[in-house]
Design a protein around this ligand. Structure first.
Ligand code: DP6
Length: 354
């Protein structure tokens, strides 16, 4: 859908708060314009969120978009350039932004240097703002669902951001068994969710608060010509199919096997890339071992997943929160950077503030 800039008095403010997400089946490898080599599924988080507001006004310059970007109330020209480039690439689709002067202010609930992937929350919040502006000021009648359109725009900024647009579980990437899924945008998961998986908690254990060793685009590129690429795509598709069944039947044991296998496979792919990277650290392994031992001794279905970094996402049912939080304090915080962890869990998705 092309939107035209018909409103010369475009002026106003828009602000959305949008969460990060953690993938259960990982997106790893892309082709073309931000298209995934395999489908992925994630849980949208509740606490790790980005709030991005845009104050905008019409300018006749048409040289478009003019951006001043502030991160946590300070000018952030480097981030600003990335956003400028991204918005410039969207001018054909959203001509209205070509004539806008924008002051963009963004902040995260999690510290920038906490090692939490912020591109998912950042680009989903930005895409929510941009599509809101385009719809309010273009004068064109929207042809598609708002969140569907936002998800596609967010994907073009950062693949995983496409999934942050929805609460609960979201899927990005086509599957022949589910024609509603697409490589172009994410949608909410199609299956019904068993009560075992409705209130998943995510304790994010910060092993290293530094920035990522390998940027995500460079990481995805490692999958080009990777010797295991074909097997990986098959594995991810198989996991997606099985996870759909498990999410509706409530098979916790198999859920844990798949989720942990996905995390270790992701890191296995990085280890066997050329060049090879190990992004986990000693304390990542220590925590994983403790999680497995605690699962056996307590019979509480805790499990781990990892992003492309050393921090551990400890997933567990909300009904076990008291015991799990006590155990985190007693056994796991010693392996965390400055004893730091984030008490997160499944959330309801983005919220419009302005
Ligand atoms: C390991 O979405 O950060 O977290 O599309 O290049 O911005 P870009 O990559 P990004 O990759 C996320 C990879 C992952 C797995 C996942 O979230 O599915």
């Amino acid at each position: 859908m092309k939107l035209t800039n018909t409103n010369k008095n475009a002026e106003g403010s828009v602000c959305w708060k949008s969460p990060s997400n953690i993938a259960l089946v990982k997106y790893w490898g892309k082709h073309g314009i931000q298209l995934p080599i395999n489908p992925s599924i994630s849980i949208t988080l509740r606490e790790s969120v980005t709030t991005t507001g845009i104050d905008f006004q019409h300018t006749d310059a048409g040289k478009g978009p003019e951006i001043d970007f502030f991160f946590e109330n300070k000018p952030a020209p480097d981030f600003g350039k990335r956003i400028q480039k991204f918005l410039e690439s969207q001018v054909e689709q959203y001509p209205v932004i070509q004539n806008l002067q924008m002051v963009i202010r963004s902040s995260n609930t999690f510290p920038h240097s906490s090692g939490i992937a912020s591109s998912a929350s950042a680009f989903s919040a930005l895409a929510l703002d941009i599509v809101t502006i385009a719809r309010n000021y273009s004068g064109a009648k929207p042809e598609r669902d708002f969140y569907n359109e936002v998800s596609e725009l967010a994907r073009l900024g950062s693949g995983s951001a496409s999934r942050s647009v929805y609460g609960g579980y979201a899927v990005w990437g086509g599957m022949k068994e589910y024609p509603e899924y697409s490589d172009n945008y994410a949608v909410p998961v199609s299956t019904s969710i068993h009560k075992n998986f409705q209130e998943i908690q995510d304790a994010i254990l910060i092993v290293n608060a530094g920035t990522k060793k390998v940027g995500s685009s460079a990481g995805h590129n490692l999958m080009n010509n990777h010797p295991f690429a074909q097997a990986r795509v098959q594995q991810a598709n198989k996991h997606m199919l099985e996870l759909h069944k498990i999410l509706s039947t409530g098979d916790t044991e198999r859920f844990i096997e798949i989720v942990e296998n996905e995390a270790l496979s992701l890191h296995g792919l990085m280890l066997s890339s050329n060049p090879g990277y190990f992004l986990f650290e000693e304390n990542t392994i220590r925590i994983i071992e403790r999680i497995r031992a605690f699962r056996q001794s307590s019979k509480i279905p805790v499990c781990f997943t990892l992003d492309a970094g050393p921090n551990v996402h400890l997933l567990y049912p909300g009904s076990n929160k008291v015991e799990v939080v006590e155990w985190i304090g007693n056994e796991l915080l010693t392996f965390c950077h400055n004893q730091k962890w984030i008490d997160d869990g499944m959330g309801k998705g983005p919220v419009q503030l302005k």
